[in-house]
Design a protein around this ligand. Structure first.
Ligand code: SF4
Ligand code: F3S
Length: 399
């Protein structure tokens, strides 16, 4: 049975947020990051291009780059004095191998990555990040692509980050999703690739919680990565699509510290999912003042009032959309005037009865706090927490 994070017991709990760290924590992390970056700097890059040079060749100035570094450091909830380390990390991103696989998906997350803001689109993907395999972006296909994947797995065994896009069909022994001439099911494919990975990053709501393919009646038995991958650190970056800034943030933190970011109870990075959309929303002042849009296009809509009565799920959704935004930071759903539909929440698509009907307001709502797994920064922490929580995951997923 697929994961069922829409179970009612996960719906209510106290807001966890991001715990404040003391000076000793930051000093330790700084030293650890310096050592990690220094050791990566000594390694031979998989590609010879110097990332910052590539950016400069594309018309980006040193000032543009430092502005991006500054914004990214803040987004990752690191103190300002980490900025030089973030800048140095960009230079060593070409030492971190990434394998990206597409399963039961629409490729919307890859599409979002192609439009990623930051040091530029193509550079980030093809030059800075060592994307060893991405069947959607690479030119090889068929047997050649399969060989490329096997080569990447062998060369970077135990070192690569496995990014997974799309849910995994489990019904009928996984027959709804197979790969290549061998007919390997998505379930087996995922497990095989995860076994040799350093960590697995589930990207998008389908890969994290099952998403749209898992909506009732879920004929393919679609489920998320964490219900199938055990004994391996898993990071969830939900949303439809996942924000490229959050994907890059996970890679950057891993490259810089050698560890995964601090996760919440649903294995989501706290830097991205530690706050309710409602608490950072630009329309919040209107919610507090009781000023609501009552009908599409009414005077309140034109004045930018709160969309709660039009079904906005911002009070029940944890994500950094209001601050990071999409499309080069220009907009996000609430700014565009529709309201949040909770696309990054477990149980999406079925969870909220109707997108345009108000959902009962519960200011202490947080599904993650009832599903607490990982706290503290570190692969080891995440790994042991995952190992310890395996029975809970299985119980909660009904597997
Ligand atoms: Fe913003 Fe939606 Fe909350 Fe209103 S209900 S303040 S539109 S997040
Ligand atoms: Fe999704 Fe809501 Fe953000 S619909 S993209 S979580 S504003």
């Amino acid at each position: 049975m697929p994961n069922d994070l829409s179970a009612k017991k996960l719906f209510f709990g106290k807001v966890t947020g991001v715990e404040k760290k003391d000076d000793a924590f930051w000093k330790k992390l700084y030293k650890q990051s310096e050592e990690r970056i220094s050791s990566l700097e000594k390694e031979v890059p998989f590609y010879q291009e110097e990332p910052v040079k590539v950016l400069e060749e594309d018309g980006y100035t040193r000032r543009d780059f430092m502005k991006w570094v500054s914004a990214t450091t803040a987004m990752l909830m690191l103190p300002g004095f980490f900025e030089p380390l973030v800048a140095r990390t960009i230079q060593v991103l070409n030492r971190v191998p990434v394998i990206w696989i597409n399963l039961q998906d629409c490729a919307g997350n890859s599409e979002a990555l192609l439009r990623a803001d930051g040091p530029t689109v193509d550079e980030l993907i093809l030059d800075i990040i060592t994307l060893e395999f991405h069947e959607l972006l690479m030119t090889a296909s068929g047997e050649h692509a399969e060989r490329q994947l096997e080569d990447a797995m062998t060369t970077f065994k135990g070192e690569y980050l496995l990014f997974v896009e799309g849910s995994i069909p489990t019904a009928a022994n996984g027959i709804y999703g197979t790969i290549g001439t061998s007919g390997e099911t998505y379930v087996d494919h995922l497990k095989r690739l995860a076994a040799d990975a350093k960590a697995v990053v589930a990207v998008g709501t389908c890969a994290t919680f099952g998403g749209v393919p898992a909506a009732a009646p879920n004929p393919t038995g679609a489920t998320g990565v964490m219900s199938l991958v055990q004994n391996k650190p898993v990071v969830n970056i939900p949303a439809c699509p996942a924000n490229p800034a959050n994907m890059l943030g996970v890679i950057l933190l891993y490259a810089m510290t050698g560890e995964l970011p601090e996760l919440d109870g649903l294995l989501r990075p706290k830097f991205a999912f530690g706050q309710r959309i409602h608490d950072a929303c630009e329309r919040r002042v209107h919610f507090d003042a009781g000023e609501y849009v009552e009908e599409w296009g009414d005077a309140a809509a034109q004045a930018g009032h709160c969309l709660y009565k039009m079904g906005c799920k911002g009070p029940m959704t944890f994500n950094n959309c209001p601050t990071v935004k999409y499309n080069r930071g220009t907009s996000w759903p609430v700014a565009a005037g529709h309201g949040c539909i909770g696309c990054s929440e477990p149980g999406f698509f079925d969870k909220f009865d109707r997108f345009e009907a108000p959902t009962p307001y519960n200011p202490s709502y947080n599904p993650a706090s009832d599903f607490q797994i990982a706290a503290g920064l570190g692969l080891a922490t995440a790994a042991s927490a995952l190992a310890n929580s395996t029975p809970t995951q299985e119980e909660d997923h009904g597997n």
